[in-house]
Design a binder for this molecule. Structure first.
Ligand SMILES: NCc1[nH]cc(CCC(=O)O)c1CC(=O)O
Length: 305
């Protein structure tokens, strides 16, 4: 099983390996170095595939049989050599604030320095009109939180899932509600890939790990992202939830509710939402993207396009 070498990647891979071992599989973990781990340049410069393509190549070549990725780091195009064998039960998808002195977003004074390298987080923070000073930031979870500890920044915004997988959820000072801050499509979810044709591995992983509600939700979010042709550096957020609804006869049915945010060419944020059938997650994502485009969302191109 291949993984990046970061503490977060190792923690995520360890969880997946443990679940497979509990199902009777023998698992060996192999660390694969990726260009994304070796560079400090902004993601917008080095491209969206930097964290995942080395792992995918090693899998396609047969050096490893399974790759575990943070789903949101994967490019939207499916690699034809590989199959997405499982989307395990997703963690809390929301973003989180780690601020000095236990502060929340609303308690930060105008001019406070808030670190994030994500155009999506920066655009949504700006839209709150709090007068925050958004400071570009990259690096692993530990070093980002370290910039607050050192007093250099008043706060940083990170994925809650990453912080909690590292056992540091107690350092979060506020979990940001999606109505203010929509997460990246597929944030908090893992993608477990294997080789096309390796049906035994695919079946083991799918039957042991796949969670259909998580898969439906991220499928809708990623379909929206793909239809906006946005790369990871574009300010696009999306979050789908499985919700209870009533049909015409008053019977409880489960539906997929999707919310999305995208920017106009002038960098104003547009928000929209839609509900659809659980079995039509992809169509729901595409429909919401079409609505955002109708409202004036920019057709964005990522660093790879
Ligand atoms: N972009 C890096 C990255 N990829 C996945 C996570 C966190 C875990 C997840 O969202 O699944 C992070 C860190 C962050 O955004 O704070």
């Amino acid at each position: 099983m291949g993984t990046r070498g970061s503490a977060l990647a190792l923690a995520q891979t360890g969880t997946v390996a443990d679940a497979l071992r509990a199902a009777g599989a023998e698992v060996e973990i192999v660390v694969v170095k990726t260009p994304g781990d070796l560079s400090d340049a902004p993601i917008a410069q080095i491209g969206i595939g930097v964290f995942t393509s080395a792992l995918r190549d090693a899998l396609a070549r047969g050096e490893i049989d399974v790759a575990v990725h943070s789903y949101k780091d994967l490019p939207t195009a499916q690699d034809p050599r590989l199959v997405l064998a499982a989307v395990p039960q997703r963690e809390d998808p929301r973003d989180a604030l780690v601020a000095r002195d236990g502060l929340t977003l609303g308690e930060l004074l105008p001019g406070s320095k808030v670190g994030t390298g994500s155009p999506r987080r920066a655009a949504q923070l700006e839209a709150l009109g709090l007068g925050l000073d958004i400071v570009p930031l990259r690096g692993n979870v530990d070093s980002r939180i370290g910039r607050v500890r050192s007093g250099e920044l008043d706060a940083v915004v990170l994925a809650r899932a990453g912080i909690s997988r590292l056992g540091r959820a107690d350092e979060i000072t506020e979990t940001l509600e999606p109505i203010q801050m929509l997460p990246a499509p597929a944030q908090g979810a893992l993608a477990v890939e294997c080789r096309v044709g390796d049906v035994d591995t695919e079946h083991l992983i799918q039957s042991t790990l796949d969670d259909s509600a998580s898969r439906a939700a991220v499928t809708a979010e990623r379909a929206m992202l793909a239809a906006l042709e946005a790369g990871c550096s574009a300010p696009v957020g999306a979050l789908a939830d499985v919700v209870e609804d009533l049909d015409d006869e008053g019977k409880v049915v489960y539906r997929l509710s999707l919310r999305g945010v995208a920017a106009t060419p002038e960098n104003d944020l547009l928000r929209a939402s839609a509900t659809g059938d659980l079995t039509e997650a992809e169509g729901l994502g595409r429909a919401l993207a079409a609505e955002l485009l109708d409202l004036g969302a920019a057709v964005l191109s990522g660093p790879e396009a």
